[in-house]
Every structure is written in structure tokens, then in C-alpha cells.
Design a protein around this ligand. Structure first.
Ligand SMILES: Cc1cc2nc3c(=O)[nH]c(=O)nc-3n(C[C@H](O)[C@H](O)[C@H](O)COP(=O)(O)OP(=O)(O)OC[C@H]3O[C@@H](n4cnc5c(N)ncnc54)[C@H](O)[C@@H]3O)c2cc1C
Length: 504
């Protein structure tokens, strides 16, 4: 594996909202004089050597994906950050690599190196007439980075990104790497394990814990992805009255009496944006319906502001700057007017609709998971708090995600409504977030926070959110990593969250 020591002693996240002092940043790369498999296995050895050095020199290590997160989860103070993005090979899986016990379609499997970006995965699959099952609104994250925080879209009958992952190849120490999959859903054959020269571990609890583990379960080297046949989305963005009918759909995801663009057909994707400064003119409602892939459709194009049909507020709110309170409604209304174009019957593949890889402006973003039964209570509370603690320089966006199997996946309710709060970087925005979390606690509303977006988590809050799942996650981490590796893959935020516990 190529290891280029950049000598950088500080690192800034992609949104330029924090800087971390580090010992070094290593750019990693596959050796190009080897074939794909040998190069992959050479990188495994390279990772093991890096962990060995880290233990010897007592230097913490952290894998970096695309650097899109707002929290210091991909960084390690005075440690070494590993830029894994260039490690982006993908292997199509042949029948020989699949266990006879696998119940899915072997043709739908793809094994990707951790640095493969979501958009790259989509392009690779497209060549095989396949598609990812879901993604976030944007597609610039790496696959390991996206699952590392539980990134999601609004495919409310499917789940989040980690929910299409069925195997993880993890370098857990200088002398051990494992291929981890669920015992209840075996996928790979002995031949696959031999090709990777690894050890097969089939364990539901370990696998579910490792899925959303923000870099603290070692280095994820490869990810087995379960894709599906290429499909089209038929997309609509309409303004609809923010009335009892819409509120009922948001609270139940029951579309049996819906008056959406395709009547009461259950959408694949459903999302609502509420602009508190223009709500009387209706909410912005996105509905997308799954259709068989048929060539000859007109693919989506961005509007004059560079915004496409799948883009969310994170794609455009960053162009705002904090203004005096009296001007907030004006600037928010203006950015919505120039950014959002209503559309009807726009077709595109998942990768064409959710294709954004560009970051615009100095944006902050927080995402709060709540059970859907609370969505309207929370929406009312948000509109109220906006009058007292706000005005918030952004909008309230609601997406919907099916329950994840990941132990610490933040989309943990039967159906989670993810309330998204994107706004310009400012003290006012941070303060608004703080007050919203406090308000939810005061009102006894169960909630979780996106691990990669702005949050204020501490052990008691995490315990309230996840209950016994916290101890299960800690036990899994302690089972997979030995004492030296636990230390190497601990950073300040893991300590702050109380998730760094070493069990006797
Ligand atoms: C414009 C924009 C739009 C966004 N839209 C969405 C959205 O629609 N839905 C959503 O849920 N989120 C969204 N996010 C948040 C984003 O998806 C998450 O923060 C995601 O985790 C970032 O992925 P990344 O590749 O940048 O990973 P990073 O931020 O670099 O890292 C995330 C975590 O993964 C770990 N990690 C990375 N690679 C490895 C590896 N090889 N092995 C072990 N651990 C690893 C890191 O250590 C870190 O803990 C958005 C962010 C931006 C900037």
C-alpha cells in the first residue's frame, strides 16, 4: 500500500467548521503494479503495519472518509489520520465467492474498498444494470464514512445506508483482520475468505455493532454491498397545504387516502420541507415512486442555482450568512426561491437523482431522529421555539427512515422521522440547536442525534437514547479489539461520549 506522509499537523473538515491538531495525515493508495486482489491484500498488510507502528509509538489512529462530518469523529488529537478515499477498488462477486446458505441473489453483490464514494458505487453498479437500494441526498461520502455515522435518505420502507451492507472486512489489530457478517444471514464462501486471507466471524451482535461505529472498531477495509436491479424514480416536488391531511401522512406513513401526485400509491421516498417564514403558502413535499428501468427518459438536470431534484437543504442553505433577526425571513425566503424548482414526473435513477458531491458555503447541520408518532408535536414545538429562541436561519426538513439493525444507528425507532436543521455557521445556530435538544428533553420526547452532524452528546444523554444498546456496542468493541487496539482507535469524542470503556 502506498503511504504518503503529508506532514500536515492540522486538519479541517470539509465544511471548515473546526480544525484539529494532529501528528500527521497519511494519504493512502493501492499499489498499481499488482492486480486488484493482490493490491487489496497488500493494503490489508499495510494497514496492519500502520496499526503496529501506532501501538509501538503510542499514537492514536483514525480513518478518514470524505471528511464531510461536522463532529470530530474522523480526527484524532495529536494522532495520525489515514485518508482512505483513494482506496476505492470494487470487486464483482462470482458464484464461487458466495455461500450456498446465502438467500439473496449473488448477482446483486459487490465488494467495495472502504474509500469508494457513494457516487462511484452507483456508477459501478449502473454498468451492471444494478443500483444501490438507497443513499443520502448527496453522494460524496465514502461507503465506510457513510455507514460510520448511519447516513440515510428517505426511503422509508428500506432504511439507511448501512442497511444494505451485508459484510465488513475489518483490520482490528496488527495481527488480526476479520470478515464479519451476520450468523443469521451468511453471505460469503470459504473461497472468498481464502482470497482475502482473512478469518470469518459470523455474529449478529458484533456485525450490528460494527456497522455504525464512527471509526472506533478498527479500520474497515472492505464492505459487502447488496444492490438491486436498476430502477427509475419518478419524482415530484410540489407545494401542498400544511394541513391535517399532510400531517396525518407524516405521523403515520399511511398513504391509503393520500392525495399525492400518484394518488394513494405508497411512495418510495417522501420528504417534507417546512419554511417557517412562508408556511401559509404550503410545505414543499417531495414524493418519489419506484418504476422499472426503461431507457429513453430525460435524465434530471440542475436548475440555474445548481440544485437538482434530489438535493436537500444542506445543498443550498450554506450559501446564506447569518443576518440580523429582522432579516432572517427575507433571506430564507429568497434562498428558497432561487434554489428550489418545483418539478413533476421527473425520471432518473437513484444515482442520477441523489448525485450532489459539492459543498456550498460554511454550513452547519443537525439531524434529530424522533419516532414518527411525535412528528407533529415536534413540528409545532419547533414553530414555537423559533419565535422565542429563533429566528432560525433555515428551514425544518422532515425525512423518514425505516428502523435500522445497527446497534447504535440513530434511525432506531420503528420508523424514524429525521428532523433536519441546516443553517449558516454562527453562534446563533449552535445556540438554537442547544435549545431544541433541551426542549425535546423537557417535553420528554424520545430522540436521537445524527452522529456525524452537529450534536451535543454525553453519556447520560446517550444512555437515555439507546438504553442497553450502549453496553452491547461497548461489549462488541471489546470483543473485537484487544487492549492495545482499543487504545489506538480511541479519540477524544469517543471518551466524551463514554463509549471508550475498556472491559476487564
Ligand atoms: C452536503 C452534505 C450532505 C449530507 N447529506 C446527508 C444525508 O442526506 N443524510 C445523512 O444521513 N447524512 C448526510 N450528511 C452527513 C454525512 O453523510 C455523514 O457525516 C457521513 O458520515 C460522511 O461520510 P464521509 O465519507 O465524509 O466520512 P467522514 O466524515 O470522513 O467520517 C465519518 C466516520 O466514518 C469513519 N470512517 C471513515 N472511513 C473509515 C474506514 N475506512 N474505517 C473505519 N472508519 C471509517 C470516520 O473515522 C468517522 O468516524 C451530509 C453531509 C454533507 C456535507
Amino acid at each position: 500500500m502506498k503511504v504518503i506522509k503529508t506532514g500536515n499537523t492540522s486538519w479541517e473538515n470539509r465544511h471548515e467548521t473546526f480544525v484539529e491538531d494532529i501528528k500527521d495525515l497519511y494519504e493512502l493508495g493501492n499499489e498499481d503494479n499488482l492486480d486488484a486482489l493482490n493490491s487489496y491484500n497488500d493494503a490489508t498488510k499495510g494497514f496492519q503495519a500502520l496499526i503496529h507502528d501506532a501501538i509501538t509509538t503510542q499514537t492514536p489512529l483514525r480513518s478518514l472518509g470524505a471528511g464531510w462530518s461536522w463532529m470530530k469523529i474522523a480526527t484524532v488529537n495529536n494522532g495520525v489520520m489515514l485518508d482512505t478515499k483513494p482506496l476505492n477498488t470494487a470487486f464483482d462477486i462470482t458464484a464461487n465467492s458466495v455461500s450456498p446458505a446465502y438467500t439473496g441473489d449473488a448477482e446483486h453483490l459487490l465488494f467495495a474498498q472502504s474509500g469508494k464514494a457513494i457516487w462511484e458505487l452507483g456508477q459501478h453498479l449502473r454498468q451492471r444494470n444494478l443500483s444501490l437500494k438507497t443513499s443520502g441526498a448527496s453522494a460524496g461520502q465514502t461507503i465506510a464514512g457513510a455507514i460510520g455515522t448511519g447516513a440515510h435518505g428517505s426511503a422509508f420502507d428500506f432504511g439507511a445506508v448501512q442497511d444494505f451492507v451485508v459484510g465488513l472486512h475489518i483490520i482490528v489489530g496488527p495481527n488480526r483482520h476479520v470478515y464479519l457478517e451476520r450468523a443469521s444471514a451468511p453471505v460469503v464462501s470459504d473461497a472468498f475468505i481464502q482470497n482475502l486471507q482473512t478469518e470469518l466471524v459470523q455474529d449478529d451482535d458484533l456485525f450490528n455493532a460494527a456497522l455504525v461505529s464512527f471509526g472506533s472498531f478498527g479500520i474497515i477495509h472492505g464492505v459487502m454491498v447488496e444492490a438491486e436491479d436498476l430502477f427509475l424514480l419518478e419524482s415530484y416536488l410540489r407545494r401542498m397545504p400544511y394541513d391535517d391531511s399532510l400531517k396525518a401522512m407524516m405521523q403515520t406513513l399511511d398513504f391509503s387516502t393520500a392525495n399525492l401526485p400518484c394518488g394513494n400509491e405508497r411512495p418510495f421516498h417522501f420528504a417534507v420541507m417546512l419554511n417557517p417564514y412562508d408556511k401559509d403558502n404550503g410545505a414543499y413535499v417531495t414524493t418519489m415512486y419506484k418504476r422499472p428501468f426503461v431507457p429513453g427518459y430525460q435524465p434530471p438536470v440542475d436548475n440555474a442555482a445548481g440544485i437538482g431534484p434530489g438535493d436537500d437543504a444542506a445543498c443550498f442553505i450554506g450559501t446564506l450568512t447569518q443576518v440580523i433577526p429582522a432579516l432572517v425571513p427575507v433571506v430564507v425566503n429568497e434562498v428558497i426561491k432561487t434554489s428550489l424548482t418545483l418539478h413533476d414526473k421527473q425520471f432518473g435513477t437513484l444515482g442520477e437523482i441523489f448525485n450532489n458531491t459539492i459543498l456550498r458555503g460554511k454550513l452547519l447541520s443537525a439531524a434529530i431522529g424522533i419516532p414518527i408518532s411525535y412528528v407533529n408535536q415536534v413540528a409545532d414545538l419547533m414553530l414555537n421555539i423559533n419565535k422565542t429562541v429563533g429566528p432560525f436561519t433555515g428551514i425544518f426538513a422532515f425525512r423518514f427512515v425505516k428502523q435500522t439493525k445497527a446497534t447504535l444507528g440513530f434511525t432506531r425507532f420503528d420508523h424514524t422521522c429525521v428532523l433536519e436543521l441546516d443553517a449558516p455557521y454562527s453562534n446563533e445556530t449552535y445556540n438554537f440547536y442547544t435549545q431544541v435538544w433541551k426542549m425535546l428533553e423537557d417535553e420528554n420526547i424520545p430522540f436521537t442525534c445524527h452522529w456525524g452532524k452537529v450534536n451535543e452528546l454525553f453519556p447520560e444523554r446517550i444512555a437515555r437514547m439507546y438504553g442497553p444498546a450502549v453496553d452491547q456496542w461497548i461489549a462488541a468493541r471489546n470483543k473485537l479489539l484487544d487492549a492495545d487496539s482499543l487504545k489506538v482507535f480511541t479519540n477524544s469524542i469517543l471518551q466524551q461520549w463514554g463509549l471508550d470503556k475498556v472491559l476487564p
